[in-house]
Design a protein around this ligand. Sequence first.
Ligand SMILES: NC(=O)c1ccc[n+]([C@@H]2O[C@H](COP(=O)([O-])OP(=O)(O)OC[C@H]3O[C@@H](n4cnc5c(N)ncnc54)[C@H](OP(=O)(O)O)[C@@H]3O)[C@@H](O)[C@H]2O)c1
Length: 335
Amino acid sequence: MKAIVYTKYGPPDVLQLKEVAKPEPKDNQVLVKVQAASINALDYRRFEATSSFGRFMDEVLLKTVNKVLGADIAGRVEAVGRDVKQFQPGDEVFGASAGSVGAFAEYTCAGENLLALKPANLSFEAAATVPVAAVTALQGLRDKGKVQPGQKVLIYGASGGVGTFAVQIARSMGAVVTAVCSTRNLDMVRSIGADQVIDYTKEDFTRSGQRYDVIIAANGYRSIRDYAGALNPHGIYVALGGSMAQVLQAMLLGPLVSKLGSKQMGFMGIAKVTHEDLVFLRELLEAGKVVPVIDRCYPLDETAEAIRNLVKEHAQGKVVITLEQNYVTQPAGGN
Ligand SMILES: NC(=O)c1ccc[n+]([C@@H]2O[C@H](COP(=O)([O-])OP(=O)(O)OC[C@H]3O[C@@H](n4cnc5c(N)ncnc54)[C@H](OP(=O)(O)O)[C@@H]3O)[C@@H](O)[C@H]2O)c1
């Protein structure tokens, strides 16, 4: 089968379309014919792997086989392992591929706990945007942010993959949402339900005098002190990602600030895609309460270009890879 693989670390040019072995599902896995996949920051950090820690993560912790890239998938079940109970061949599903078998490929495998039936009203492309980004947003808002109806929630990095889901999920929880992004994305974040918008290129949210019950930093480059200053006395700050400085401050200083005062500050850790959360999100998607924002779709053989543009241009929502036939591949084993 055709797949996007990397055999060395570096910029997106290291990605190659190659012929690799079709994966075989284990007893508890589902073999999916991929119709669409979407890109997450984790994908490009794997092959960019600028630090030795990044390479250690990739080589030792993720133990990637074939180095096929990608996590988010939407597709059709082709075959199931003997212990799989919930799916059968022909089912249309969405979810995350198993850690060692990537998503930017014609076929991938996933445990049944990482999949759910695709929302009936969504295309494969729209469904593929959901798993990692929307689950991250959901777990940040619900499990860490403990968002309640009527609370004032600020989403920093509101126009990207995670942020566009966070704005809509927070609204579905009854929160009053302020979205922070750049000028060109203001109308888009308004259109998906943000009650207020702040253009970070013109306005500093820490100086507005507004205070929030929950701040979700889907991305961001502000100090933990800035976020703490913009919280109500018992407010909660959750860093989902962003610059290394932001993540490290949230991980290392967050617990200390939380202990010394009444505010809770911290890093969420890595979100866990689960069948239950995919089903929860499917209900929001089918009810029209959450609508995926797609920046652009690229064919599989243009994955490197898709990633280049995503990193450079600040995508609106998610960038999707669509699977098409008749690719010209490079011979297996070469560099
Ligand atoms: N914890 C987890 O499990 C998990 C899962 C997924 C992602 N993440 C992390 O979450 C972060 C966001 O992921 P994503 O997929 O949403 O990324 P993305 O699609 O690239 O979104 C980037 C967002 O950040 C904003 N932004 C970019 N530069 C900025 C700046 N200088 N100041 C303020 N805002 C800026 C963008 O706004 P404009 O385009 O409007 O400038 C956009 O809203 C990443 O760091 C990723 O690693 C974590």
